[in-house]
Design a binder for this molecule. Structure first.
Ligand code: ATP
Length: 235
């Protein structure tokens, strides 16, 4: 569904991505793991058209999107749940969800989707009229995921959805990821929590200072000695 070939991204003099290749097949969860600063967020930002691409090619459903604008990429079905959630703090929960549907015009369907999101996250329903900035960290993460789903994505990209959450909530977020996947979504997931990410993923890539150094089925990578030493904190 998504194919990245020889992708290079620079921030001024910093060569953040050094020619990576990556594929996300339909109805799969693919994860990108790696240390701080390896280039994980940069990869998602490049796919979403949020950083300039120096070289390489990104194709989504057979169509090249390397130079496509962010809003058009969203319209084509690629949505990012950004790191740090970035919900609209002064807007209510409901207004945030409606913002996720900005590119849609099917009002009745939008209403139905909001009800679906509330069924998935009952805590958001209870807080429908609350300013999003006053939600707890876990609730904000649920809202960020719900808002992304409101665009009816074909490919959902998530940047560190478990970051800063208490262990119980981390479990809940991974359960939500599995539920969304079982509903038929294709997911590209970035995580520092490599153990959990590789367990849930069909396929994984290990990124190190802008290069993909290892790839394979999630469970195989989770069992790989090098990965375990470097990223899972296990000998
Ligand atoms: P983290 O988990 O810490 O977010 P990451 O793997 O997602 O790490 P990136 O955020 O993609 O890493 O960063 C890759 C490299 O690019 C890092 O060296 C970072 O300092 C650099 N970088 C990222 N954004 C910018 C920017 N806007 N300007 C300059 N350098 C940047």
């Amino acid at each position: 569904m998504l194919k990245i070939e020889d992708l290079h991204v620079y921030y001024g003099g910093i060569h953040a991505l050094k020619g990576i290749h990556l594929e996300v097949p339909a109805n799969k969860i693919v994860t990108l793991v790696g240390a701080n600063g390896a280039g994980k967020s940069t990869t998602l930002r490049a796919i979403s058209g949020l950083v300039p691409i120096t070289r390489g090619k990104i194709t989504f459903q057979g169509e090249e999107i390397t130079k496509t604008k962010t809003v058009d990429i969203v319209k084509k079905g690629v949505t990012l749940v950004p790191e740090g959630r970035r919900i609209f703090a002064n807007l209510t929960v409901l207004e945030n969800l409606n913002m996720g549907a900005f590119a849609r015009k099917d009002k009745e369907e939008i209403k139905k989707d909001i009800e679906k999101i509330y069924a998935m996250f009952p805590r958001l329903k209870e807080r429908e009229w609350q300013a999003a900035g006053t939600l707890s960290g876990g609730e904000q993460q649920m809202l960020a995921i719900g808002r992304a789903l409101m665009s009816r994505p074909t490919l959902l990209m998530m940047d560190e959805p478990s970051l800063g959450l208490a262990p119980l909530l981390v479990k809940e977020v991974f359960k939500i990821i599995r539920d969304i996947y079982q509903d038929g979504m294709t997911i590209l997931l970035i995580e520092q929590n490599a153990t959990a990410a590789l367990q849930v993923a069909d396929y994984g890539y290990v990124l190190e200072t802008g290069n993909i150094v290892l790839e394979g089925p999630g469970k195989e990578l989770a069992a790989n000695d090098e990965v375990r030493k470097a990223y899972l904190g296990k000998a």
